[in-house]
Design a protein around this ligand. Structure first.
Ligand code: CDV
Length: 306
């Protein structure tokens, strides 16, 4: 039996600072319905998909605003609709959101939900970019390292959607270890939501390369690990900051099979043959046959020992 998964990469355009959850959830539900009409079994949303990208502001003087961006429950009162819609349409989803746990920990998280509305797995972002302190000289902040803790759980995979599915978030996609750790667990599809401002303050010479780097890392991650990679952006100009769109679906060959045409809400659809992964996992990247982990010791040495 062919294991073909029709996926919808549900790109979002900007979400304004004062846009409420209900309005955002309306947009997500509209994309899920579009996905259902297109025959999708799974719809993937971006990182921090329920609100504006709040790490761009230093919010110490408005702690109540900061707290308003986190979910204390998933599903919660405003996100339950997504789970109900998933169940009634028979369409699963991946969603990035800001998580505030009952013991006060804050993570940049995602959740994978099956077609019956049940939660399959949760992921907490491993690689947190940006800075911890206010840097007023920047045109905008990137305070992920102030507002979130580093995910402590690493990269897992889940048996779902008749395949083996993994999750990552944004900056994770730039690190080869992200894909490799999941590939060592047999991953066949990696879902990655992202928010990537075109301006990178620490080194603006990278600005014109944002689109190239986006393709480079996700296409390499797919090919070198024989896996599908689904990159889903929140793009466009949000609160004066322009972010990369370019959501795409990448085959295990490394080829882009579908890509967004706009910088707004847009569903990018492709049929993903999960058995295509075997062409790579059983040949050129047959890990058991060809990998030399005993040669890679440095990769797992603690940072302080390098
Ligand atoms: N949300 C992110 O993780 N953004 C980073 C930017 C700051 C470089 C990214 O890797 O796209």
């Amino acid at each position: 039996m062919v294991r073909s998964l029709r996926i919808g990469a549900a790109q979002l355009g900007p979400i304004a600072r004062d846009t409420g959850r209900d309005e955002v959830v309306d947009r997500l539900v509209a994309l899920m319905r579009q996905g259902s009409d297109a025959g999708c079994q799974l719809v993937a949303f971006p990182e921090l998909a329920l609100t504006t990208f709040f790490p761009r502001w230093y919010l110490d003087d408005v702690p109540e605003e900061l707290d308003s961006y986190y979910e204390t429950e998933m599903p919660g009162p405003q996100t339950q609709r997504l789970f109900d819609e998933a169940q009634s349409l028979g369409v699963g989803f991946y969603l990035g959101y800001a998580e505030l746990t009952s013991d006060g920990q804050r993570y940049n998280s995602s959740v994978l939900v099956e077609r019956d509305g049940s939660i399959v797995g949760r992921y907490r972002k491993v690689h947190l970019p940006g800075h911890e302190e206010h840097e007023p000289d920047r045109p905008f902040q990137h305070l992920e390292r102030r507002y979130f803790e580093e995910g402590p759980d690493g990269f897992s995979v889940w048996e779902a959607f008749d395949g083996i599915i993994g999750m990552a978030l944004c900056n994770d996609r730039r690190w080869p270890e992200t894909y490799r750790v999941m590939a060592l667990q047999g991953v066949e599809m990696v879902l990655i939501g992202y928010n990537t401002p075109l301006h990178y303050a620490p080194d603006p010479s990278q600005n014109p390369l944002q689109s190239f780097h986006n393709r480079l890392v996700m296409q390499a991650g797919a090919y070198q690990n024989g896996t599908w990679v689904i990159g889903v952006a929140k793009g466009g100009v949000e609160e004066g900051v322009e972010s990369l769109a370019q959501s795409m679906i990448i085959a295990p060959s490394g080829q882009v099979v579908a890509e967004a045409e706009t910088t707004d809400d847009e569903l990018v659809v492709a049929d993903c043959d999960l058995d295509w992964c075997k062409h790579y996992k059983d040949t050129l990247f047959d890990f058991n046959r060809y990998r030399r982990p005993e040669m890679y010791n440095l990769i797992t040495q603690p940072k302080s020992e390098l």
